[in-house]
Each structure stands twice: as structure tokens, then as C-alpha cells.
Design a protein around this ligand. Structure first.
Ligand SMILES: C[S@@+](CC[C@H](N)C(=O)[O-])C[C@H]1O[C@@H](n2cnc3c(N)ncnc32)[C@H](O)[C@@H]1O
Length: 198
């Protein structure tokens, strides 16, 4: 790109790339990175992006964890999108979820101040589990905002809407408190609020 991108947006597990393509079209001055570890979906998304002639998109055929640990070492990301990730519903599978404490910490460290993480799912148990995780493990690291929709739809969202499934959307915005510094202990919370007041 000739000019420097204003913002960096990252979609994790972009699948066929439907959301990323529309988002990139709407934000031509920003850089949009799509990460997809499955080669078949990566190629599909790549062809879609090339066909649309979008020059502000980079696609990476790697696990999100590689990007979060190796490619982003400083706060540089404005938005992470985690849209309809695999819910891994069984108890022994849950450690495979993209939204896990380790990755959420990495999000926090690589987000710019006030950067955001947007999550969408059709899976109520996953949604509730992540809401609880954010409230208990990261109570002051992010503020929460319920969303009723996203500006563009992923392939899975379109499919789930045709099936009439309820969908859940939420967005968290990074605050100044590093993850894990303060847990949801009421005494710690009072202490943290007293610090932030100064
Ligand atoms: C259920 S699909 C949803 C695809 C797309 N977001 C949509 O809504 O249409 C989840 C996608 O995330 C990818 N994925 C899962 N874990 C990943 C990880 N750790 N890193 C990168 N991609 C991942 C999968 O390969 C799959 O394509």
C-alpha cells in the first residue's frame, strides 16, 4: 500500500472471508488481516479477496496463536473480530477454543488503547462461558457492550439466520488495567477504582 494504514483490523478464523471483504471495502484506508488455519478456507477467501481487487487485505494461513505471539509484539491492533468460532462444546474440547484466557491476554497486550474485541456466536453455552470468563478473569481489563448486530455478515451468520437460530453479539473495549493484575475480588476492585480516580 502506498500510504500508511490508519488502523489495523484482524479477523481470526475468517473462513470464506465474507465479513472481512465487506469490512475492508468499507474501510479502504485501513489494513485488514484475515487469519485462517484451514488451507481450504484460506484459499477460498484468497480467491474471493483477489476477485474483488481489495488491496488493503492481508490473509495469513496460520493459527491465530502464531500471529498473537510472533507477529504482534506491541500494541498495534484496533479491532479483533472472532465471529462464529468453533464452539468446541464438549468439556474435554474446550481448551481448543480461540477465546481462552491465554489468547484474551494476548488480545489485550496487542490492542491499542481503546481497541476492541468483537465476538459473535450462535452457541449460547459458549457465549455464557465467555461472558463469565471476561467478568471474572478480566473485570477491569475490558468494558463490555452488548451488540444487536454487526455491520456485515459472515458465511456462518447467513447460514444460521436462514435456520432461524438466535445469535449473540458482544464487544469488549480495552481499558488501562493489564489482565490478571486485578481479579474480581471486591476489595481489589475498590482499590483499582480508587487508582483510576486519580
Ligand atoms: C465455524 S468457522 C467460522 C468461519 C467464519 N468466521 C464464519 O463465520 O463464516 C471457524 C473457523 O475458524 C478457524 N479456526 C479455528 N481455530 C483457529 C485458530 N486457532 N487460528 C486460525 N483459525 C482458526 C477454522 O478453521 C474455521 O474456518
Amino acid at each position: 500500500m502506498e500510504t500508511q494504514a490508519r488502523h489495523l483490523h484482524v479477523e481470526i478464523g475468517m473462513g470464506r472471508g465474507a465479513f472481512l471483504a465487506e469490512f475492508a471495502k468499507a474501510h479502504p484506508k485501513d489494513l485488514c488481516i484475515g487469519i485462517e488455519r484451514a488451507s481450504a478456507w484460506f484459499k477460498y477467501a484468497q480467491e474471493h479477496i483477489v476477485a474483488l481487487g481489495l488491496s488493503n487485505v492481508e490473509l495469513l494461513n496460520i493459527p491465530a496463536e502464531d500471529f498473537l505471539t510472533q507477529q504482534t509484539t506491541k500494541p498495534c491492533v484496533s479491532n479483533y473480530f472472532v465471529l462464529f468460532p468453533d464452539p468446541w462444546p464438549k468439556k474435554d474440547q474446550r481448551r481448543r477454543r480461540v477465546l481462552c484466557p491465554r489468547n484474551i491476554k494476548r488480545f489485550w497486550h496487542t490492542l491499542l488503547p481503546h481497541g476492541q474485541v468483537t465476538f459473535a456466536t450462535d452457541h449460547l453455552d459458549y457465549f455464557k462461558a465467555i461472558e463469565k470468563l471476561m467478568a471474572t478473569e478480566f473485570p477491569l481489563s475490558f468494558t463490555r457492550e452488548q451488540l444487536s448486530a454487526l455491520p456485515f455478515k459472515t458465511h456462518y451468520q447467513q447460514k444460521y439466520e436462514r435456520q432461524g437460530r438466535p445469535l449473540y453479539f458482544v464487544r469488549w473495549t480495552k481499558t488501562a488495567f493489564p489482565p490478571g493484575l486485578i481479579r474480581s475480588n471486591p476489595i481489589d476492585l475498590a482499590f483499582a477504582k480508587s487508582i483510576s480516580a486519580h
